[in-house]
Write a protein that binds this ligand. Structure first.
Ligand code: BGC
Length: 857
């Protein structure tokens, strides 16, 4: 591998120099600037093809932004991290490379490795963890997998994009130690182990300098200290100044066609503000990226076509990752005839010997009622699951298996009923069930330019219109077709889009008006245009013509960009929420067991804004409590990308965290609930009981700034310190926690400073997989910072083992030297801290089973 890589680098370097020598200044400057939203210009004279980029991270959207070009949708990054399995992340990356190649994409804009500093961070679902080590190793697996497939990975957002409020301008004030030990650490690990071909610099500032101009962190740290040799691409519209961006180490300004590079950069060279040599350095890196991805003739691609992994089954992999990601945080026996089930406190802060015998009666999961004649499935998300997060991470899945469909398919002999309860969505879902729709694009003279069948009522394009359509010839789009209502009564329709909208249903005009955005964030306006509702009385089974005519008006994303978004929403006649909850309670009472799916919505968890609370939206908490009171065999599945409050968690025997589970959601859920597979996940982030308990809740800048005052104390590092110093609150579930379907005893631990060997025994009755975690806890400090300045312990390594009932397995865990180091602010360098440490083998950060001491000097 290494030989091939260095041979490739040498051959590529020769080809790059040759190509560079043939380029004039204007072409070079043009190569550093997007020619449109997703691509760089081709230069046929030197055999350079146009480089195509696309988001990530759960799938590859491609150049379109719509259902016409569907993608495999894997579970959310939080889910991938919950597998604690870098090899599985690598397999995910390989599948994404396969998807990229299928769609003509050379560079994937992922993974996102910012940290879970606060659970309020809007893009929390898109990042991996609160822990830099776990983030780094999962991210490195992902990058290696994408690049195994010959596609470039873009590690983002470098650095400090840990929240969304004022994201374009916020100045995050981060002291050197937390910057190095936390926020830069995953980037460093990934750059040094997986050698990504690209990095994306963030919108925000760090310590007063915007990241697309941050010479100290880009040229100094990323390239200088860590040896990053790839290309640095700006986040979309993040590059603001020609000279400062080039000097700050930026190579590519996106999106085009008008950026601070291109013509403005050529002009800056001509009038002496920058030297042509500086432009050449950036062009070299772009040409190297092209060479690596097979876009530069005469340069061998980094991965020979014969070595590219092929024929990966996307559906099977999406299902496997989802199963492995589900975190079973609670699984107690079902207690009949009692209103509430009590359990052991989930959090123990002292190591406890393993004593728990196999419990009787059986725990709620896997679902075991005999017979299982009737299963009540409850919650709007059970039918319409949120399988992926919003914003730029959106892809259009090739299919979605809902929890309801998955359970019905797996339980052919059981009556599986559905009740929505109280729908938490505040927006009307896009029209789908009962609709046959097609989008037609017209010129100003009424000529038909293009026609595309629609998967649902959302018509969106960013960067590319259907063939035959341009931003210059497009005048009107009509979404038209038929609708056959399943139920009679008052149906709700919703229209959204920036422009003129006219909705006709069954020949009646229901809406006809111009509509303007309701936000200043142009991406937000594009992603979530304001919605306008109308109602219509319809008859069940009677097919009607439906047409939504849209005349777009300019968006703030720029008149030159081919962008378009408008949508038709639809909701069937609904019970009012009180009646909906009553109906769900009745269904629960009459069933042998109940599965309730609760969820966040697009409005509560997405890109472009932060969360304002962790409560489940709508009346879902009430729904769970009422249903649990009606049937003690109630299992709750949480469909959210990041933590939510679960005030009812001790009222139900089992709680399964399902994240945004990807397109195979329901199939994977059935596998786990029915016990053909155990849920394999462990929490990659602490799950607070209440927002008020979370250590970091400040995500809104004050005067344009956020001071990261907590220093190195985020996530479990902060929870542990508070538990020690103030007897502060315990979280609902700690970092690393997660139950399978068997039990484990930790039998022995041998440790040196370089490695730990842990023997565990499967003491349960089923085969299982265990994530053996190793934490490092400083016991004294000979030469380190004062105890109060160091976390009590931190994750130093982990490994996954499997064992049959009664069998033992050994986990061999290498402990990186880095685990013993701190960033010494006075010296401006890393320093190994001598002293005595406990090496702890654990099931979670609070469930520590064995400890050994090592002294390092
Ligand atoms: C996001 C990036 C994304 C880019 C292109 C930005 O708004 O922050 O993560 O890659 O858009 O869609």
């Amino acid at each position: 591998m290494t030989d091939h890589r260095s041979a490739h680098t040498a051959a590529a370097a020769v080809a790059v120099e040759k190509a560079l020598g043939k380029l004039d200044l204007d072409t070079k400057a043009g190569l550093l600037s997007g020619q449109d939203v997703w691509t760089l210009p081709a230069v046929p004279e030197i055999g350079l093809r146009s480089l195509v980029m696309s988001d990530g991270p759960v799938g590859v959207r491609g150049q379109g932004w719509g259902a016409a070009d569907p993608s495999v949708a894997l579970p959310s990054p939080t889910a991938l991290a919950a597998t604690w399995d870098p090899e599985l992340a690598r397999r995910a990356g390989r599948l994404l490379a396969q998807e990229a190649r299928r769609k003509g994409v050379h560079v994937l804009l992922a993974p996102t490795v910012n940290l879970h500093r606060s659970p309020l961070g809007g893009r929390h679902f898109e990042c991996f963890s609160e822990d830099p080590y776990l983030t780094g190793v999962i991210g490195a697996g992902y990058v290696a997998g994408v690049q195994d497939g010959g596609v470039g990975a873009t590690v983002k957002h470098f650095v400090g994009n840990d929240a969304e409020t004022e994201r374009f301008t916020v100045d995050n004030r981060i002291a050197p130690r937390p910057l190095r030990e936390l926020y830069l650490a995953p980037f460093e690990h990934i750059v040094q182990t997986a050698r990504p071909w690209a990095v994306m610099t963030a919108y925000n500032q760090v310590n007063g300098v915007t990241m697309t101009e941050h010479r100290e962190l880009v040229d100094g740290v990323l390239r200088g200290e860590w040896g990053f040799d790839g290309a640095n691409v700006s986040d979309w519209t993040a590059a603001r100044d020609t000279v400062r961006a080039l000097r700050g180490g930026l190579d590519i300004a996106m999106p085009g066609p008008h950026t601070v590079f291109g013509a403005p950069l050529a002009a800056a060279v001509r009038d002496g503000r920058v030297a042509e040599d500086e432009v050449d350095d950036a062009v070299r890196r772009v040409l190297l990226l092209a060479a690596r991805t097979g876009c530069l003739e005469g340069a061998p691609a980094a991965v020979a076509p014969a070595d590219v992994p092929q024929d990966i089954d996307g559906r099977a992999l999406a299902r496997e990752i989802a199963r492995r990601a589900f975190v079973l945080v609670r699984n107690e026996p079902v207690v009949r005839d009692e209103p509430a089930v009590r359990d052991e406190p989930a959090v123990r802060d002292e190591p406890t010997p393993e004593t728990a015998p196999a419990p009787t009666p059986p725990r709620a999961l896997p679902l075991t009622p005999r017979p299982l004649r009737k299963l009540a499935v409850i919650g709007a998300a059970a039918k319409d699951a949120r399988v992926l997060g919003g914003g730029s991470a959106t892809v259009f899945p090739e299919r979605i298996v809902s929890p309801l469909e998955g359970l019905r398919a797996a339980l052919p002999d059981t009556e599986v009923t559905f009740s929505a309860g109280a729908d938490p969505r505040t927006k009307v879902p896009h029209a789908r069930a009962g609709f046959e729709l097609c989008a037609r694009y017209y010129g100003a003279d009424g000529a038909l330019l293009a026609e595309q069948p629609q998967f649902d009522g959302k018509v969106q394009a960013m960067g590319r219109f259907p063939d035959g359509v341009t931003q210059h010839n497009l005048h009107t789009v009509e979404l038209a077709g038929t609708f056959t209502p399943q139920a009679g009564g008052a149906h709700t329709f919703a229209v959204s889009g920036t422009g003129e909208l006219r909705l006709t249903v069954g020949g009646r005009v229901l809406f006809d008006a111009p509509c303007a955005p309701d936000t200043d964030d142009p991406f937000e306006a594009f992603m979530n245009p304001a919605e306008h509702r109308v109602a219509a009385e319809l008859t069940a089974g009677q097919t009607l013509d439906v047409a939504l005519r849209f005349v777009p008006r300019g968006t703030a994303l720029g008149a030159d960009l081919p962008v378009l978004t408008f949508a038709l929403g639809h909701a069937e006649p609904q019970l009012d929420p009180d009646a909906g909850i009553e109906e769900a309670v009745r269904a629960a009472a009459g069933a042998d067991a109940v599965v309730v799916v609760v969820a966040t919505t697009e409005e509560t968890e997405s890109e472009g804004f932060d969360r304002t609370g962790l409560a489940l939206p709508g009346r879902q908490d009430e729904l769970v409590s009422r249903v649990a009171a009606a049937n003690p065999y109630t299992v709750v599945v949480v469909n959210a990308g990041s933590p939510v409050e679960m005030p009812w968690r001790e009222e139900v025997p089992a709680v399964l965290l399902g994240w945004f589970p990807g397109q195979e959601a329901g199939a994977a859920l059935a596998d786990v609930l029915l016990g053909t597979h155990e849920p394999g996940g462990r929490l990659p982030t602490t799950w607070p009981a209440r927002l008020a308990d979370a250590p970091v809740t400040q995500v809104t800048p004050a005067g344009g700034r956020i001071a990261y005052e907590e220093g190195v104390f985020i996530g479990y590092r902060a929870w542990q310190r508070r538990a020690r110093e103030e007897a502060g609150p315990a979280p609902a579930y700690p970092f690393g926690h997660g139950l399978g379907y068997t039990d484990w005893s930790y039998e022995s631990l041998e440790a040196t400073p370089a490695r730990a060997r842990v023997r565990v025994r499967n003491t349960g009755t089923r085969p299982g997989r265990e994530v053996v975690q190793v934490y490092l806890a400083p016991l004294d400090r000979v030469a380190g910072p004062a105890p109060a300045d160091r976390p009590d312990r931190w994750l130093a390594g982990f490994a996954t083992v499997e064992a049959a009932p009664g069998e033992t397995a050994e986990a061999e865990i290498a402990l990186p030297r880095r685990a013993f180091e701190i960033w010494d602010e006075a010296a401006g360098a890393r320093r190994f801290v001598d002293g005595t440490y406990a090496i702890e083998a654990a099931r979670s950060v609070t469930d520590r089973r064995l400890a050994a001491q090592v002294t390092v000097a």
